[in-house]
Design a protein around this ligand. Structure first.
Ligand SMILES: *Cc1c(COP(=O)(O)O)cnc(C)c1O
Length: 359
């Protein structure tokens, strides 16, 4: 059945083994971020067998799924700041959240107290990307508050970069985290773990920077795609191509949008430009924005250009291609992060696994 996403578990396993070796060498703990693949059980199975026990996700539902799947030996963290309604389940299921507001710490404390537990948390620290996290100057008042909370304990601090604004991590960020770590260790009298993410941080170790103050690195992209999109690079020591998307051609015609017509907006509110370079051979594929992100889909036929997508069609310009396209043909794409994420979320995309060869 098409469309279908083929997942090569061997590529993922090889990447997992390499990343584990590197992390061991660099003296950091690896944390696998599972939001990119809906914490898919087959994929998780491969990682769990290799001994990975730390998983992080931004959706609590995925973490609860992992808790049921893996039991209590798995260490799970919620890396999106929690919503009020999630606090109860976090405490109940021993999921460690990233927190950036005192109000949430206080509520967590209440829930934990009622359940007779101590809830560990990570304080989210702003690293310069303008995303989530406490600012440095907010630490002293937070610490004052924390001293009054008997059922919340700060396990560590976490920073995320290159996600929203593309600000890349450097030695300065690490310096900043070290200062925060020292401050909290002094004030709260306990060990503070420093957690950074995602994949964009790996270069710091690759470049042999001194990053002893970091204890764990959270990654998804490196494992799944062997790439680091924040620097537009494939990571040379990892494998790419774990995800292939197959979809069916449902129309092949030479056509062009009408000329000299007023252009409005497309179905997603994007303004349409009026450039048309004459009638060209177009292939319509039964695949749409509902299933993929067309900007992170790479056609196997280098001469088939993705023109765009509607919610349920992908349109290719194949005028320059040597291949003779026909209705019913199957076209193949390499899928990037956004495309894979959506394919996992789409019930219309079948998932098939290329199994790991047992050795
Ligand atoms: C998505 C995410 C990561 C993982 O990022 P990758 O680029 O996929 O490695 C790490 N931390 C947080 C908070 C995230 O949201």
């Amino acid at each position: 059945m098409y469309p279908c996403l083929e997942i090569d578990l061997e590529v993922i396993r090889d990447n997992a083994i390499t990343l584990r070796e590197k992390c061991c060498l660099w003296n950091i703990n690896p944390v696998v971020v599972t939001k990119g693949f809906l914490a898919d059980p087959s994929l998780i199975g491969v990682l769990w067998k290799l001994g990975f026990i730390r998983f992080a996700d931004s959706n609590l539902a995925n973490l609860l799924k992992l808790r049921r799947l893996l039991g209590h030996r798995a260490e799970l963290s919620l890396i999106r700041l929690p919503m009020l309604e999630e606090l109860e389940a976090l405490v109940e299921e021993n999921v460690l959240p990233f927190v950036s507001h005192y109000e949430i710490l206080e509520r967590l404390n209440t829930v934990a107290q009622r359940k007779g537990k101590i809830q560990p948390v990570f304080l989210a620290m702003e690293g310069g990307d303008g995303r989530e996290g406490l600012l440095f100057e907010e630490l002293p008042p937070i610490v004052e508050h924390l001293r009054r909370l008997t059922h919340v304990s700060v396990r560590g601090i976490g920073t995320t970069m290159a996600c929203l604004s593309g600000v890349l991590p450097d030695g300065e960020v690490i310096d900043h985290l070290r200062r925060v770590k020292e401050f909290l260790q002094r004030e709260l009298k306990g060990e503070i773990i420093v957690s950074v993410g995602g994949t964009t941080f790996l270069v710091l170790w690759e470049e042999n920077r001194k990053v002893q103050e970091v204890d764990e690195v959270r990654f998804g992209e490196a494992l799944l795609f062997g790439s680091d999109i924040s620097r537009k690079r494939d990571i040379p020591w990892l494998r790419q191509g774990a995800f292939t998307l197959y979809a069916e051609v449902v129309e092949v015609r030479t056509k062009e949008p009408l000329k000299n017509k007023r252009r409005g907006y497309d179905a997603f509110g994007k303004e349409c430009s009026a450039d048309s370079n004459g009638p060209r051979r177009r292939v319509l594929v039964a695949l749409g924005k509902q299933d993929i992100d067309e900007n992170q889909l790479y056609s196997e036929d280098a001469h088939a250009k993705i023109i765009g997508a509607t919610s349920n069609y992908l349109v290719l310009d194949v005028e320059e291609s040597e291949r003779v396209y026909q209705v019913g043909d199957v076209v193949t794409f390499r899928a990037g992060y956004g495309a894979v994420l959506r394919a996992f979320l789409s019930p219309y995309v079948e998932k098939v696994y290329k199994k790991v060869k047992e050795v």
